[in-house]
Design a protein around this ligand. Structure first.
Ligand code: ATP
Ligand code: MG
Length: 455
């Protein structure tokens, strides 16, 4: 309750109460407050019409800046850092064969809540009294950690198939299970995902990948039949035997890698797609399984998949490069020349560190010896690279004043006197007592040095 005890909200609550209007905190903000999770924006619902909301806010908080899509019954308010949306009770009616809801203002809170997707998102808190309004058992589901559709699940998914992905996304974010009836309805409606734009699918996929449990989310997408309409290529990885003994197949290995990389979008995507071409490149020679060129084909497939999903060009490029190069670090051995190390680092460029993250996560073998050996190799390569880089940086350090500058400073011709002065200034830079670009101080020190040494 602490979050809604903020001054502007208390004033707002009083103003609404005085006018005999209801004002409820609703949806994700109520859910997250009950879970003790942070939630950025506050959503409110009211029986006041948008015009009335604006008048009430103007009277209560003349400073309250208001904006946003009134056409859909939402008035947006900004009080300093606090972003608030107040939406008039909804009773959305879906026209047959149309995905666009025709917004109608409803008259009751319960009706508004009945239009919401999942029970945990269909609770409201009266801002004036603090009372929780929970007609669909949201609190019980929150405690049981269940995602359950409000009302007749199949109808609700048919109404708005984006909810199919939202169910999985909330499961991945919150670590909840999908309740069996809702699960069956998702499976039955999975095909309706075809009617959802790739941009909206992308946004939910990104959120699933960035959640705390990306592996759980991806597994659910496959189990519920949704992946077939997003990245069908993923399904081929199931049952494909890997050389890695720990994992049942390439799919399980992939999930482990996704879960192991930090929640950074391009890293999670690269982890998800790094072995995507294994099914297509499988060959068996003398009883041995090979996936020749899976990294090259995988990069190509990644571009295609992410392009289809409307990811931005930069992310697509970065992911494709990481997929293409994902084997390179684990191929390292101590015999590599400095030239080979430099070439790899140059080719990886900005992605060198990310390549290490993917490579380290990619070692999911159960054999401790193999894991330790791979870790040692990666550490050695990294240390060699850092050493080379330091050398290269060092090579760039020179005396702040070059020969010409010293000659004009002292008004003297070229000669043996220059080298010791340059060496002296260079050593001061290396010691850290002189900045490479501080020519003024360098000139002063050079004069002192020349006088003292009698050069
Ligand atoms: P988050 O902000 O973390 O995504 P949220 O629950 O606030 O979680 P929003 O997309 O911000 O989700 O939507 C706010 C609320 O609006 C939800 O809690 C839910 O009650 C309702 N809602 C959002 N999208 C839908 C939808 N597609 N179908 C039905 N209700 C929805
Ligand atoms: Mg929200």
């Amino acid at each position: 309750m602490s979050r809604i005890a903020v001054a502007p909200l208390t004033e707002l609550a009083r103003a609404f109460a005085r006018a005999g209007k209801q004002l409820y905190l609703v949806g994700g903000s109520v859910r997250d407050e009950l879970l003790g999770r942070p939630h950025a924006d506050l959503d409110f619902t009211t029986d006041a019409l948008p015009e009335e909301v604006k008048a009430l806010v103007r009277a209560a908080r003349p400073d309250g800046v208001y904006t946003v899509g009134e056409r859909f019954g939402t008035v947006g308010l900004v009080f300093g850092d606090l972003h608030v949306e107040v939406t008039t009770f909804r009773a959305e009616q879906y026209e047959p064969d149309s995905r666009k809801p025709a917004v109608q203002f409803g008259t009751s809170l319960v009706e508004d809540l009945s239009r919401r997707d999942f029970t945990i998102n269909a609770m409201a808190r009266d801002l004036a009294t603090g009372e929780l309004v929970d007609p669909y058992g949201g609190l019980a589901d929150l405690k049981a950690r269940l995602i359950r559709a409000v009302g007749a699940a199949e109808e609700r998914f048919a109404e708005d198939p984006l909810r199919l992905l939202r169910a999985v996304r909330f499961a991945a974010e919150l670590g909840f299970d999908v309740e069996p009836g809702t699960r069956a309805a998702i499976i039955a409606c999975a095909e309706k995902l075809r009617t959802i734009s790739w941009e909206r699918i992308r946004d939910e996929m990104n959120r699933i990948l960035l959640s705390e449990r990306p592996a759980l989310g991806i597994r659910l997408l496959c189990e519920l039949g949704l992946m077939a309409f997003i990245i069908p290529e993923m399904l081929e990885m199931r049952g494909l035997r890997d050389r890695e003994k720990r994992h049942k197949d390439v799919f399980e290995h992939t999930l482990a890698v996704v879960q192991r990389v930090p929640p950074v979008l391009h890293l999670r995507w690269a982890a998800l797609l790094h072995d995507i071409a294994k099914p297509a490149t499988l060959s068996v020679t003398d009883g041995e399984v090979h996936f020749l060129g899976h990294e090259t084909l995988g990069a190509e497939m990644s571009r295609r998949i992410l392009g289809r999903l409307r990811l931005d060009r930069n992310t697509i490029g970065v992911v494709a490069k990481l997929v293409r190069m994902h084997l390179r670090i684990n191929l390292y051995d101590s015999n590599w020349t400095d030239g080979a190390v430099r070439r790899l680092a140059r080719e990886a460029g900005d992605l060198f560190d990310d390549l290490f993250i993917i490579s380290r996560a990619d070692v999911t073998s159960q054999r401790a010896q193999r894991v330790a050996q791979a870790a040692r190799a990666a550490d050695e390569l990294e240390a060699r690279y850092r050493a080379l880089q330091e050398e290269a940086d060092l090579a760039k350090i020179t005396s702040p004043l070059n020969g010409d500058e010293l000659m004009s400073l002292f008004g003297r011709p070229p000669g043996k006197w220059i080298a010791p002065v340059k060496d002296y200034l260079l050593s001061l830079v290396l010691d850290g007592t002189l900045e490479q670009n501080d020519k003024e101080k360098a000139a002063e020190l050079a004069r002192e040095f020349v006088a003292k040494m009698g050069i």
